[in-house]
Ligand binder design. Structure first.
Ligand SMILES: Cc1cc2nc3c(=O)[nH]c(=O)nc-3n(C[C@H](O)[C@H](O)[C@H](O)COP(=O)(O)O)c2cc1C
Ligand code: SF4
Length: 416
């Protein structure tokens, strides 16, 4: 007698089927979300970064994503962040080769932080963003004021995105993910929280999306026939005056018309609503343990009382708005945010999302995908404590605190 698997199991099986994103086919629909690793040395990957991503591919993840990588040194939020440049392409190549040997695909998240910087070694005194504003984030490094970028500045940043995308293709990445969320530069342009311009790049939602769209068009022209070009976009900024779902649908529709290959849906604007992005416990108590500067500790404590407060965790916390996006666009969509079980993933597939994007569940259990393959009822063991957020500033790099510490020696060796 043949046994027909129950409906949720069949929906989960869909996540194990290949997915085409532009010129690339993923072996399955599980994508590791970019979670900044803190595994860079002399501006390039360490041996620990290679092992981290190869292990994910070896454990069944269809495509792993390197966390935030800047398109230029001025695009870094933290001093230790890396940027892609001709001199580190061979070290990135070591990493992409290792992931490919393990049977996975690998994406590079590319971003520019705009005004959201706490890097003391910037080449400019006042960081540039859409508008001249008071900049709470920059207070950490004495950059309390920002300057309004000129059109020439914007063209220069566009060229940095294009050059970084070319280098990513040369380094063997299968995809890039343009960061348009969380309050980074492209998200600053999209958001009325940061964009007060009155020229062709500010005002209405249609004008605010113009710069991110131009970047996407130029990047697609340069590499879109070789690698998948994805974007990570806020569904909502998570504050009353920020981007709401109607704005982000308009942006996604414009990106779809431009030929974008896939969209990862997120939310939250770090300086104002960081917990909208994560949910769960505030990471501030653990961040205070690794923060050296007294001034930054003071600012963090202030943040803990306002934006960085404990926030109730809910499974699939972006689903409501993601469904609105699903109804409005045809391009491949990745559901992210609080997916914690086979049941959640089956629901994502049944709801018409093309892929699922997991961050913390794959930090706590890098083999979570293989566990689901064996047991569709498997649940993540992540407790949403967010202590991993402080871990990327430790010598071993990012890890889940439920697991054994990383080996700092591996993170002190360049990838070779
Ligand atoms: C330790 C840590 C580092 C993160 N770093 C990044 C990052 O570099 N870029 C990014 O877009 N999001 C980053 N995020 C957010 C995740 O990509 C993801 O959006 C968020 O964790 C929600 O997904 P989850 O519920 O599956 O963890 C980070 C999250 C964590 C926990
Ligand atoms: S430290 Fe581990 S359990 Fe806590 S949120 Fe991060 S991945 Fe989950």
């Amino acid at each position: 007698m043949s046994s027909i698997p129950p409906e949720p199991t069949m929906s989960l099986q869909q996540a194990f089927t290949p997915l085409r994103l532009g010129p690339v086919t993923l072996p399955n629909r599980f994508v590791k979300a970019g979670t900044y690793e803190g595994m860079n040395l002399n501006n390039g990957p360490t041996a620990a970064l290679v092992r981290h991503h190869a292990e994910l591919a070896d454990s069944g993840v269809g495509m792993t994503t390197l966390g935030y990588t800047a398109v230029h040194p001025d695009g870094r939020t933290f001093e230790q962040e890396t940027w892609i440049a001709p001199e580190n392409v061979t070290r990135f190549r070591v990493l992409t080769d290792a992931v490919h040997a393990a049977g996975g695909k690998v994406s590079l998240q590319l971003g520019h932080c705009g005004t959201m910087t706490r890097t003391p070694t910037r080449s400019v005194r006042k960081p540039g963003g859409p508008s001249k504003t008071l900049n709470l984030y920059g207070a950490m490094v004495g950059a309390l004021f920002t300057r309004e970028m000129t059109v020439a500045d914007m063209q220069a940043v566009t060229a940095q995105f294009v050059e970084s995308a070319r280098l990513a293709a040369e380094a063997g990445f299968d995809a890039i993910e343009l960061h348009m969320g969380h309050g980074y530069l492209l998200s600053q342009f999209l958001s009325p929280l940061a964009n007060r311009r009155t020229d062709a790049y500010g005002g209405s939602a249609a004008k605010r999306l113009r710069f991110p769209l131009e970047v996407t068009e130029r990047v697609l022209e340069a590499v879109g026939d070789r690698i998948a070009v994805l974007a990570k976009l806020n569904l909502r900024d998570g504050t009353r005056a920020g981007v709401d779902i109607a704005d982000s649908i308009m942006t996604a529709q414009a990106l779809e018309r431009a030929g974008l290959h896939g969209l990862v849906m997120t939310g939250g604007f770090s300086p104002y609503s960081p917990m909208y992005l994560f949910r769960g416990n505030s990471p501030v108590p653990s961040m205070l343990k690794t923060e050296q500067s007294g001034w930054n500790r003071f600012l963090l404590k202030l943040g803990a009382k306002t934006a960085f407060r404990d926030t109730p965790f809910e499974e699939m916390y972006f689903l409501k708005y993601a469904l609105e996006m699903r109804a409005a666009v045809g391009l491949p969509l990745g559901l992210l945010g609080g997916l914690r079980s086979g049941t959640n993933i089956a629901e994502a597939m049944r709801s018409g999302f093309d892929f699922v994007v997991l961050g913390r569940p794959l930090l706590s259990q890098p083999d979570f995908v293989n566990r689901l393959r064996q047991d569709p009822a498997a649940n993540s063991n992540c407790i949403n404590c967010n202590r991993c957020v402080a871990e990327f500033s430790t010598p071993g790099g990012v890890r889940c605190v439920l697991n054994a510490p990383n080996d700092p020696a591996l993170n002190a060796r360049p990838a070779a």
